[in-house]
Design a protein around this ligand. Structure first.
Ligand code: DGL
Length: 256
Protein backbone atom coordinates (compact mmCIF):
# COMPACT_ATOMS: atom_id res chain seq x y z
CA UNK A 1 0.00 0.00 0.00
CA UNK A 2 1.41 3.41 -0.94
CA UNK A 3 1.22 6.34 1.40
CA UNK A 4 1.67 9.92 0.22
CA UNK A 5 1.42 11.51 3.68
CA UNK A 6 4.45 13.63 4.69
CA UNK A 7 7.46 12.65 6.77
CA UNK A 8 7.89 14.97 9.78
CA UNK A 9 11.37 16.13 10.78
CA UNK A 10 11.80 17.95 14.05
CA UNK A 11 14.59 19.77 15.88
CA UNK A 12 14.94 22.47 18.53
CA UNK A 13 15.80 24.83 15.70
CA UNK A 14 17.78 24.81 12.46
CA UNK A 15 20.11 21.88 13.19
CA UNK A 16 17.73 19.22 11.94
CA UNK A 17 17.98 20.82 8.50
CA UNK A 18 21.17 18.74 8.12
CA UNK A 19 18.93 15.67 8.35
CA UNK A 20 16.23 17.27 6.18
CA UNK A 21 18.83 17.79 3.44
CA UNK A 22 19.94 14.15 3.58
CA UNK A 23 16.35 12.82 3.54
CA UNK A 24 15.46 15.07 0.60
CA UNK A 25 18.49 13.81 -1.32
CA UNK A 26 17.79 10.14 -0.67
CA UNK A 27 13.98 10.24 -0.96
CA UNK A 28 13.19 13.09 -3.36
CA UNK A 29 9.59 11.93 -3.97
CA UNK A 30 8.56 12.06 -0.32
CA UNK A 31 6.72 15.10 1.04
CA UNK A 32 8.39 16.64 4.08
CA UNK A 33 7.28 18.85 6.95
CA UNK A 34 10.14 20.39 8.93
CA UNK A 35 9.35 21.64 12.42
CA UNK A 36 12.05 23.81 13.96
CA UNK A 37 10.82 24.72 17.46
CA UNK A 38 12.78 28.01 17.52
CA UNK A 39 10.88 29.33 20.51
CA UNK A 40 12.74 27.15 23.05
CA UNK A 41 16.10 26.75 21.28
CA UNK A 42 18.71 25.89 22.52
CA UNK A 43 17.58 22.72 24.30
CA UNK A 44 21.11 21.68 25.30
CA UNK A 45 21.16 23.16 28.78
CA UNK A 46 17.47 22.63 29.68
CA UNK A 47 16.44 19.89 32.09
CA UNK A 48 15.67 16.44 30.74
CA UNK A 49 12.02 16.76 31.85
CA UNK A 50 11.59 20.03 30.03
CA UNK A 51 13.18 18.70 26.82
CA UNK A 52 10.95 15.61 27.02
CA UNK A 53 7.85 17.80 27.34
CA UNK A 54 8.91 20.02 24.42
CA UNK A 55 9.64 16.96 22.26
CA UNK A 56 6.22 15.50 23.05
CA UNK A 57 4.51 18.73 22.05
CA UNK A 58 6.49 18.87 18.81
CA UNK A 59 5.89 15.28 17.77
CA UNK A 60 2.20 15.65 18.70
CA UNK A 61 2.04 18.67 16.41
CA UNK A 62 3.58 16.76 13.49
CA UNK A 63 1.11 13.92 14.07
CA UNK A 64 -1.76 16.41 14.00
CA UNK A 65 -0.43 17.62 10.62
CA UNK A 66 -0.83 14.08 9.27
CA UNK A 67 2.77 12.78 9.27
CA UNK A 68 3.26 9.05 8.63
CA UNK A 69 6.73 8.88 10.22
CA UNK A 70 8.63 11.34 12.37
CA UNK A 71 12.39 11.91 12.62
CA UNK A 72 13.47 13.41 15.92
CA UNK A 73 16.41 15.16 14.26
CA UNK A 74 17.78 16.33 17.58
CA UNK A 75 20.21 14.31 19.69
CA UNK A 76 19.17 16.13 22.84
CA UNK A 77 15.44 15.39 22.40
CA UNK A 78 16.21 11.80 21.41
CA UNK A 79 18.28 11.26 24.55
CA UNK A 80 15.55 12.75 26.74
CA UNK A 81 12.43 11.26 25.22
CA UNK A 82 12.69 8.73 22.40
CA UNK A 83 11.31 5.77 24.34
CA UNK A 84 8.34 7.69 25.72
CA UNK A 85 7.60 9.13 22.27
CA UNK A 86 7.70 5.70 20.60
CA UNK A 87 5.37 4.27 23.25
CA UNK A 88 2.92 7.17 23.03
CA UNK A 89 2.71 7.48 19.24
CA UNK A 90 2.93 3.77 18.27
CA UNK A 91 2.50 2.33 15.71
CA UNK A 92 3.87 5.41 13.88
CA UNK A 93 7.62 4.83 13.35
CA UNK A 94 9.90 7.38 15.01
CA UNK A 95 13.56 7.66 14.00
CA UNK A 96 15.92 9.11 16.60
CA UNK A 97 19.54 10.26 16.60
CA UNK A 98 22.18 8.01 18.08
CA UNK A 99 25.70 9.40 18.57
CA UNK A 100 27.84 7.85 15.80
CA UNK A 101 30.29 6.28 18.24
CA UNK A 102 30.19 2.89 16.52
CA UNK A 103 31.58 4.06 13.14
CA UNK A 104 34.12 6.23 14.96
CA UNK A 105 35.37 3.25 16.99
CA UNK A 106 35.49 1.04 13.90
CA UNK A 107 37.51 3.60 11.93
CA UNK A 108 39.95 4.93 14.50
CA UNK A 109 43.63 4.05 14.12
CA UNK A 110 44.86 6.17 17.01
CA UNK A 111 42.34 4.47 19.39
CA UNK A 112 41.21 7.93 20.49
CA UNK A 113 37.86 9.33 19.37
CA UNK A 114 36.13 12.58 20.23
CA UNK A 115 32.41 13.19 20.64
CA UNK A 116 30.94 16.67 20.42
CA UNK A 117 27.37 17.09 21.66
CA UNK A 118 25.24 19.25 23.91
CA UNK A 119 25.63 19.02 27.68
CA UNK A 120 22.24 17.34 28.04
CA UNK A 121 23.06 14.65 25.44
CA UNK A 122 26.43 13.85 27.01
CA UNK A 123 25.04 13.27 30.48
CA UNK A 124 22.23 11.04 29.18
CA UNK A 125 21.83 7.28 29.43
CA UNK A 126 21.76 6.84 25.64
CA UNK A 127 25.25 8.30 25.33
CA UNK A 128 26.61 6.27 28.23
CA UNK A 129 25.19 3.03 26.83
CA UNK A 130 26.51 3.65 23.30
CA UNK A 131 29.97 4.64 24.54
CA UNK A 132 30.21 1.59 26.81
CA UNK A 133 29.07 -0.74 24.03
CA UNK A 134 31.45 0.33 21.28
CA UNK A 135 34.22 2.19 23.02
CA UNK A 136 35.38 -0.41 25.55
CA UNK A 137 39.08 -0.42 24.62
CA UNK A 138 39.11 3.01 23.01
CA UNK A 139 39.58 6.36 24.66
CA UNK A 140 36.33 8.29 24.10
CA UNK A 141 36.77 12.01 24.78
CA UNK A 142 33.70 14.19 25.08
CA UNK A 143 33.10 17.90 24.96
CA UNK A 144 30.01 20.09 24.95
CA UNK A 145 29.98 22.42 21.97
CA UNK A 146 29.32 25.53 24.02
CA UNK A 147 28.14 28.35 21.76
CA UNK A 148 27.99 26.15 18.64
CA UNK A 149 24.18 26.08 18.37
CA UNK A 150 23.99 29.87 18.67
CA UNK A 151 26.53 30.31 15.83
CA UNK A 152 24.33 28.21 13.54
CA UNK A 153 21.04 29.75 14.63
CA UNK A 154 22.45 33.23 14.01
CA UNK A 155 23.96 32.36 10.63
CA UNK A 156 27.52 32.99 11.84
CA UNK A 157 28.93 29.56 10.99
CA UNK A 158 31.39 30.90 8.40
CA UNK A 159 32.83 33.66 10.64
CA UNK A 160 36.32 33.95 12.15
CA UNK A 161 34.59 33.81 15.52
CA UNK A 162 33.16 30.38 14.59
CA UNK A 163 36.63 29.02 13.78
CA UNK A 164 37.89 30.31 17.16
CA UNK A 165 34.91 28.97 19.08
CA UNK A 166 35.06 25.45 17.61
CA UNK A 167 38.88 25.46 17.73
CA UNK A 168 38.86 26.03 21.49
CA UNK A 169 36.70 22.93 21.99
CA UNK A 170 38.45 20.74 19.39
CA UNK A 171 42.06 21.48 20.31
CA UNK A 172 42.30 19.33 23.47
CA UNK A 173 40.86 16.36 21.53
CA UNK A 174 43.22 16.85 18.62
CA UNK A 175 46.22 17.25 20.88
CA UNK A 176 45.30 14.04 22.65
CA UNK A 177 45.40 12.24 19.27
CA UNK A 178 41.73 11.88 18.32
CA UNK A 179 41.52 10.88 14.63
CA UNK A 180 37.69 10.59 14.51
CA UNK A 181 35.32 13.23 15.79
CA UNK A 182 31.63 12.48 16.06
CA UNK A 183 29.21 15.32 15.39
CA UNK A 184 26.68 14.41 18.08
CA UNK A 185 24.31 17.34 17.58
CA UNK A 186 22.45 18.03 14.35
CA UNK A 187 23.51 21.67 14.38
CA UNK A 188 27.19 20.77 14.16
CA UNK A 189 27.42 19.66 10.48
CA UNK A 190 26.77 23.32 9.62
CA UNK A 191 30.07 24.09 11.37
CA UNK A 192 32.07 21.52 9.42
CA UNK A 193 33.91 24.18 7.39
CA UNK A 194 34.92 26.03 10.58
CA UNK A 195 35.98 22.74 12.19
CA UNK A 196 38.14 21.77 9.22
CA UNK A 197 39.85 25.13 9.33
CA UNK A 198 40.39 24.89 13.07
CA UNK A 199 41.84 21.36 12.64
CA UNK A 200 44.27 22.23 9.84
CA UNK A 201 47.47 20.23 10.25
CA UNK A 202 45.76 17.33 12.04
CA UNK A 203 44.70 14.09 10.34
CA UNK A 204 41.14 13.91 11.55
CA UNK A 205 37.83 12.73 10.16
CA UNK A 206 34.53 14.29 11.21
CA UNK A 207 31.58 11.90 11.32
CA UNK A 208 28.25 13.36 10.24
CA UNK A 209 25.45 10.80 10.72
CA UNK A 210 22.90 12.54 8.42
CA UNK A 211 23.16 10.13 5.47
CA UNK A 212 22.86 7.09 7.76
CA UNK A 213 19.74 8.57 9.38
CA UNK A 214 18.19 9.16 5.95
CA UNK A 215 18.89 5.52 5.01
CA UNK A 216 17.15 4.40 8.21
CA UNK A 217 14.11 6.49 7.24
CA UNK A 218 14.06 4.78 3.83
CA UNK A 219 14.27 1.33 5.42
CA UNK A 220 11.45 2.04 7.86
CA UNK A 221 9.21 3.33 5.07
CA UNK A 222 9.78 0.07 3.20
CA UNK A 223 9.33 -2.25 6.16
CA UNK A 224 6.14 -0.50 7.25
CA UNK A 225 4.68 -0.13 3.75
CA UNK A 226 4.70 3.63 4.06
CA UNK A 227 6.65 4.67 0.95
CA UNK A 228 4.92 7.15 -1.37
CA UNK A 229 3.71 6.54 -4.89
CA UNK A 230 6.71 6.73 -7.27
CA UNK A 231 4.79 9.35 -9.25
CA UNK A 232 4.00 11.46 -6.17
CA UNK A 233 4.91 15.17 -6.43
CA UNK A 234 6.80 15.99 -3.25
CA UNK A 235 5.69 18.98 -1.20
CA UNK A 236 7.78 20.78 1.40
CA UNK A 237 6.57 22.73 4.39
CA UNK A 238 8.38 24.54 7.21
CA UNK A 239 6.69 25.18 10.55
CA UNK A 240 7.82 26.61 13.88
CA UNK A 241 6.66 27.54 17.39
CA UNK A 242 8.52 30.85 16.97
CA UNK A 243 7.47 33.66 14.59
CA UNK A 244 7.09 34.03 10.83
CA UNK A 245 10.59 35.53 10.46
CA UNK A 246 12.04 32.40 12.01
CA UNK A 247 9.95 30.17 9.74
CA UNK A 248 11.29 32.05 6.73
CA UNK A 249 14.84 31.70 8.04
CA UNK A 250 14.34 27.91 8.27
CA UNK A 251 13.13 27.78 4.71
CA UNK A 252 16.02 29.92 3.48
CA UNK A 253 18.62 27.81 5.28
CA UNK A 254 17.11 24.62 3.85
CA UNK A 255 17.72 25.96 0.37
CA UNK A 256 21.24 27.36 0.82
N1 DGL B 1 20.24 20.11 17.40
C1 DGL B 1 20.07 19.58 18.69
C2 DGL B 1 20.83 18.31 18.95
O1 DGL B 1 21.03 17.57 18.02
C3 DGL B 1 19.86 20.47 19.86
C4 DGL B 1 20.69 21.68 19.98
C5 DGL B 1 20.14 22.55 21.08
O2 DGL B 1 19.03 23.04 20.93
O3 DGL B 1 20.84 22.73 22.09
O4 DGL B 1 21.19 18.01 20.04
Amino acid sequence: MLNNAPIGIYDSGMGGLSIHRAVRQLLPRESLIYLGDGKHCPYGSRSREEVARLADEAVGHLVSLGCKLVVVACNTATAAAIEALRAKYAPMPIVGMEPAIKPACLQTKSRVVGVLATERSLDGELFRRTAARYGADIEVLTAAGRGFVELVEEGREASVEAVECVGAVLRPMLERGADQIVLGCTHYPFLLGAMQRAAEGYAVNFIDPSAAVARRVGQLLEVNNLACDPAHEATEEFVTFADEAYREALEAKAHL
